[in-house]
Design a protein around this ligand. Structure first.
Ligand code: NAP
Length: 490
């Protein structure tokens, strides 16, 4: 075991031990292909086969990840994994997301590069970039509640610590791979507190990496630029959902999901897997493209400090593509070679160097150790509260009712909004209101600060006439408001 970093486990025979999860659908075929190549190249790895996903859900284990798989990963710290299906009707949660969250693999690394003979509209432009996606926060925390019978809500959780970890990781990755530019892609123009946090942290942290060019880009323009001129990007760091979407887009730039590997990296554990899923219609047919899993295995070998063997496999794969040996996803399933033939071709190319493309030089990434400190906020006070209520009343009717209820309270009704747009006092806006209103109460001028007791009595007052389902405190940090305003609110 590398006791300093605890990155991986070394057996008595000096082999690096990994956990292998074959996965569902096409997973076992892809993983088998990678393991055959490991054997042929004599990679100094041993593996423990463990399971997760559909077969486990069927046994009634709701998480899709059984204890012996968890124990194996706790020991080996490194996983090579096939895709896992999220079956409808067995488990509620995705076993993939469970694994990522269980081991806090916060950095999802998704590289794409142009491949020889894999023709796309971008061929010849040298696309070679990495999406670094935050992997455990954002909407993927999947904290959802029905607010009324017809209004759903999901909480978008973004933390300063999470932003700092992923931003530092992206800069360290750029350094380790000799890349010169990092773009941070956010929707900070609309979501100033959540997406804005990633942008602010990026701007702070980038000052510590003067050797790397740092640019911020709005995520929608990033998607547009990726289609228009993808070669301008080297590393893109972004929040979970943005990263999920643009990394599928970037895989399409170089030939599709069959060519898109990934790594999920945390402080303790790293999980390597293709971006693609279990593609059930191709399962067991020996026709799919195993490149994404093979390249994920190559990323894993580099993580295990096996740079030379990783380069040998990547070179052999590039040679195979140069020779025009292509699977059905590239040339059509009537013309493509079998998965096993493609693997054999890679094995026979071990030791060969490609003519037209090269393997990048890699150094070990320095996984950032964050000395996290809470921001220095000197004064903090509660100045109001948002209470969300369910009603079919018209805004004016609701506003008049609430005004009449709070005459004696320390609050005044600042406004009412419906799906984020102010509807009371009337502004002339014409939103299509639903039964879910946010009532914003702010302290009266003669009240210094709002206490929990004030809020409890206000909820009681509101609840005497209306159904409420959600409350948010309105705070000020160092005199600046720490909440967003409604559309149309002053
Ligand atoms: P998918 O399995 O990625 O397949 C979508 C399409 O991508 C396939 O139909 C096929 O395209 C192409 N494709 C994917 N991998 C390929 C390969 N190795 N070789 C050739 N073509 C490949 O996505 P999905 O159908 O949306 O999801 C199926 C299941 O996988 C779901 O249960 C989902 O939850 C799960 N999933 C798991 C992971 C993971 O484990 N990390 C990720 C994503 C999805 P054509 O149809 O055009 O031939």
């Amino acid at each position: 075991m590398d006791t300093n970093s605890r990155r991986y486990y070394v057996t008595e025979k000096g082999k690096k031990l990994i956990t292998v999860i074959p996965g569902d659908g096409i997973g076992p075929e892809c993983v088998e292909s990678a393991l055959r190549i490991f054997e042929a190249v004599k990679a100094p790895v041993e593996w423990e086969i463990r399971h997760a996903g559909a077969s486990i859900f069927k046994k009634g284990i709701e998480s899709g990840v059984p204890q012996d798989t968890i124990e194996s990963i706790r020991k080996t710290r490194v996983v090579l994994k096939g895709p896992l299906e999220t079956p409808v009707g067995y488990g509620e949660k995705s076993a993939n997301v469970t694994l990522r969250k269980l081991f806090e693999t916060y950095a999802n690394v998704r590289p794409v590069r142009e491949f020889p003979n894999v023709k796309t509209p971008y061929s010849g432009r040298g696309v070679d970039l990495v999406v670094v996606r935050e992997n455990v926060e954002d909407l993927y925390a999947a904290i959802e509640h029905m607010q009324t019978t017809s209004v759903a809500q999901a909480l978008k959780i973004i933390t300063r610590k999470g932003c700092e970890k992923i931003v530092r990781f992206a800069f360290e990755l750029a350094r380790a791979e000799g890349r010169k530019k990092v773009h941070c892609a956010t929707k900070s123009n609309i979501l100033k507190f959540t997406e804005g946090m990633l942008k602010r942290v990026f701007e702070e942290v980038s000052k510590e990496y003067p050797d790397i060019e740092a640019n911020h880009i709005i995520i929608d323009n990033c998607a547009h630029q990726l289609v228009k001129k993808p070669e301008q990007f080297e590393v893109i760091v972004t929040t979970n959902m943005n990263g999920d979407i643009i990394s599928d887009l970037t895989s399409a730039l170089v030939g599709g999901l069959g060519f898109a590997p990934s790594a999920n990296i945390g402080d303790e554990v790293a999980i390597f897997e293709a971006v693609h899923g279990s593609a059930p219609k191709y399962a067991g047919k020996n026709v799919i493209n195993p490149t994404a899993v093979i390249l994920s295995a190559v990323m894993m070998l580099r993580y295990l400090d096996e740079f030379e063997i990783a380069d040998t496999i990547e070179n052999a794969l590039l040679c195979t593509l140069e020779q025009g040996k292509l699977t059905g996803d590239v040339v059509g399933y009537d013309k493509g070679i079998k998965t096993t033939e493609y693997t054999d071709a890679i094995i026979s190319n071990l030791g060969n160097k490609p003519k037209s493309s090269r393997v990048r030089e890699y150094k070990q990434i320095k996984i950032p150790k964050i000395q996290y400190r809470k921001p220095d906020v000197k004064s903090r006070k509660v100045i109001g509260v948002d209470i969300f209520v369910e009603t079919d009343m018209k805004p004016e009717e609701l506003g008049a009712l609430i005004e009449s209820l709070i005459l004696e309270s320390p609050f005044k009704l600042k406004m009412i909004s419906n799906r984020g747009t102010k509807v009371y006092p009337p502004t002339g806006a014409m939103p299509d209101v639903v039964d879910h209103y946010r009532c914003r109460f702010i302290k009266k001028d003669n009240v210094n600060e709002i206490t929990d007791q004030h809020i409890f009595s206000l909820i009681q007052t509101v609840a005497s006439k209306l159904k409420w389902m959600h409350v948010e405190k309105l705070q000020e940090f160092d005199g600046a408001i720490a909440f967003s305003k409604a559309q149309g609110e002053d």
